[in-house]
Design a protein around this ligand. Structure first.
Ligand SMILES: Cc1ncc(COP(=O)(O)O)c(C=O)c1O
Length: 392
């Protein structure tokens, strides 16, 4: 059929990861491909109770304000304060997952053709959003510690990006965290060039070792940083509940953008989550999740050390959900994937995170969604495939 699609539809490719996930839903495949939390750890009993109690209030079944449920915004303002970002509830917008906030931020800042600078490799969900607004993407050069401030300044001077996107803590896909010193330098540049930045932070509460690093927003004197948080990784992604923390002027525009999308995030889920957060031992729950994920990360690293062939290396992140593996330069992880799937193990090839090509000899492995014995088994299967191709 020929439909009169809008031009922006041309930029809407299906996420490579979602396509891979379809194959890996087969129960016989050990999937390190998705970014899924461990479903067996979801606080089901507490949430069942919280939803039942919340539903007793007719306001939980009524339309609500676009900004979000007041007490939940207050609670999140407190969470931000604990992270070193003191702000008020008026600076918080409740969103239907931080993915929605990415879309709303792009909607209020980007016209077709506007330049957007992102780290490289970059979260594919952010790419999808920027492409759908017909942005021109450019990469920020960096190293294992994140974007290089000198290189960022060059990009700011020469390309004048309208918006910058970073996931500074336990990055998806690499797991790397930008140091506090570098965060301060980056924040100073935002101020100098008056450019807004999205700080996408779904993973910082999943820290297994080392010391917390304050968000970039903690250094944001001029209100340039739009910080995105979520309950997807600490409570449950099916809630679809996250937040944007930003200057009030930005929040006001995001509210207008959100009104056109869904009027507001579900009243029931907001009230149930607030009840859960304030009545249950949420901190204890997150601590238990951290303990389990740390043991899964360590199990994967130990198995890789034992079984991966020489020439294959990886970063050891202090938190998050992923291990970023580097293969010898002559190997292409996308080409090896069918063989891995035949051996009943899956991963995401690095190319998915490089918008303009590149990244062929990387793979992203998720360690949170498989038990330690399955991790062992999956790494063994993968090592079998890699060993056939690594010349040592
Ligand atoms: C870097 C990054 N940003 C945003 C999201 C989306 O999270 P949410 O479930 O809050 O929409 C994800 C999910 O995997 C992610 O990895």
């Amino acid at each position: 059929m020929s439909y009169p699609w809008a031009r922006r539809v041309g930029g809407m490719a299906s996420s490579a990861i979602r396509e891979i996930l379809k194959i890996t839903e087969r129960p016989d495949i050990i999937s390190f491909a998705g970014g899924l939390p461990a479903a067996e750890l979801f606080p089901r009993t507490e949430l069942t109770r919280a939803f039942a109690l919340a539903a007793g209030d007719p306001l939980a079944l009524q339309y609500g304000p676009t900004e979000g449920y007041g007490p939940l915004r207050e609670y999140i303002a407190g969470v931000m304060g604990q992270k070193g970002v003191p702000l008020t509830a008026e600076e918080i917008l409740i969103v239907s997952g931080s993915q929605q906030a990415l879309d709303l931020v792009a909607k209020i800042f980007l016209d077709p053709g506007d330049p957007v600078a992102t780290e490289l490799p970059v979260y594919t969900g952010a790419l999808q959003v920027f492409r759908s607004y017909e942005a021109r993407l450019s990469a920020l050069p960096g190293d294992g510690h994140g974007p290089d401030p000198g290189a960022l300044e060059r990009v700011l001077r020469e390309q004048r990006p309208k918006l910058i996107y970073l996931a500074p803590t336990f990055n998806n896909p690499t797991g790397r965290t930008i140091s506090a010193a570098r965060r301060r330098e980056l924040a100073a540049l935002l101020e100098k060039y008056a450019v807004p930045l999205i700080e996408d932070d779904p993973y910082s509460d999943l820290r297994y070792s080392g010391n917390p690093v304050p968000p970039l927003k903690a250094h944001d004197a001029g209100g340039r940083v739009v910080y995105l948080g979520t309950f997807s990784k600490t409570v449950a992604p099916g809630l679809r509940l996250g937040w944007a923390a930003a200057d009030k002027e930005i929040v006001a525009k995001l509210v207008l953008a959100k009104q056109g999308v869904d009027l507001h995030t579900g009243s029931l889920v907001q009230r149930a989550l607030h009840r859960y957060l304030t009545w249950s031992d949420c901190a204890g729950h997150v601590a238990a999740v951290r303990r389990e994920y740390a043991s899964r990360r360590d199990a994967m690293i130990r198995a890789m050390q034992r079984m991966f062939p020489p020439g294959v290396t990886w970063m050891e992140p202090e938190g998050g959900m992923f291990l970023w593996v580097t293969l010898p330069a002559y190997l292409d992880a996308a080409r090896l994937l069918p063989e891995a799937v035949a051996a009943k193990v899956a991963y995401v090839p690095g190319t998915a995170f490089f918008p303009d090509g590149g990244g062929a000899n990387y793979m992203r492995l998720n360690f949170t969604n498989s038990s330690p014995p399955l991790i062992e088994e999956g790494v063994e299967r993968l090592a079998g495939v890699l060993s056939r191709y690594c010349s040592g």
